[in-house]
Design a protein around this ligand. Structure first.
Ligand code: AMP
Length: 283
């Protein structure tokens, strides 16, 4: 049986757990998560194991990236199952602080990202989100001090924002993005898929289907605006309310009008019932 990871719940115990790895001169990879782990998270862990000697997975449902009306209270929390999955995946340390450890009484500092964080995508619908993400991710980076941090392309704007933050703050680590893991029907794996009713689950693959078809049409030279309008129509017909479906520059996330404006990423966010899903794809 695989050895259970060390579970650290305070910054001191985390540092104690990491000290021998550092003394031995090994590299450390960090995979930040909010738990409720699925095969997408486990792909990041597998990549981390390939790229570093030791792997730390953080599990922290970060209150500061949720708005009051969002699903912080109901977000799935399954520590026992997560620990079993991370044991099987041969993770070395689980960093699972409480909110009081992460944000002790008197905590008063927040990172305010700009650039891709103000692209008018997730930030338009979740104005608290990237400030909360950057603040907690900066803390995670400083707590763990990894050589490499692994994120999913599933949260594409987040990946761009965190990559820029690490660069801007001269944080001594490499941020790496891993392609999205999908169900057989194309639906991107997400902890929030558990909220979907059977009918909603049956409708949900429309997001990846539209992204794929739209990418192919744009590649063939069709006008981006028309392709996006058709895509929104198809997603709405499947029962979603669309927050956005947009073509953006893959690195800056600035709007693009034609293929000549740079490498393009298509990004979508849409709500079905109470569940909001996001996805994205390269053109
Ligand atoms: P979360 O627990 O949702 O905050 O996600 C933790 C990390 O896993 C983030 O870097 C996500 O982008 C990544 N992730 C979530 N879903 C997937 C997926 N389907 N494929 C690849 N990475 C994912």
């Amino acid at each position: 049986m695989a050895k259970s990871p060390i579970v650290a719940r305070t910054v001191l115990s985390l540092r104690q757990a990491l000290r021998p790895y550092r003394r031995a001169g090994g590299t450390i990879a960090l995979v930040p998560t909010m738990g409720a782990l699925h095969a997408g998270h486990l792909r990041l862990v597998a990549e981390a194991r390939k790229r570093a000697d030791r792997v730390v997975v953080s599990i922290f449902v970060n209150p500061t990236q949720f708005a009051p009306h969002e699903d912080f209270g109901s977000y799935p929390r399954r520590f026992a199952a997560d620990r079993a999955a991370l044991t099987a995946a041969k993770v070395d340390v689980i960093w699972a602080p409480t909110a009081a450890v992460m944000y002790p009484q008197g905590f008063a500092t927040r990172i305010a990202p700009e650039g891709a964080a103000l692209a008018g995508l997730e930030d338009r619908f979740r104005p608290h989100f990237f400030g909360g993400v950057c603040t907690v991710v900066a803390k995670l980076f400083l707590q763990v001090q990894p050589d490499i941090a692994i994120f999913g392309q599933k949260d594409y704007q987040q990946l761009r924002v965190v990559t820029q933050m690490a660069k801007d703050l001269d944080l001594p680590l490499k941020v790496t993005g891993i392609p999205t893991v999908r169900e057989r029907d194309g639906l991107a794996l997400s902890s929030r898929n558990a909220y979907l009713s059977p009918d909603e689950r049956a409708a949900a693959p429309v997001l990846s289907r539209v992204l794929k078809a739209s990418a192919a049409r744009i590649k063939r030279g069709e006008a981006i605006a028309a392709v996006m309008t058709d895509g929104v129509g198809e997603i709405v017909r499947a029962g979603f309310a669309v927050d956005y479906l947009e073509a953006r520059h893959a690195l800056t996330l600035a709007p693009v009008k034609t293929r000549k404006d740079g490498p393009i990423r298509l990004l979508v966010a849409a709500k079905i019932g109470k569940t909001r899903l996001i996805d994205n794809m390269a053109v």
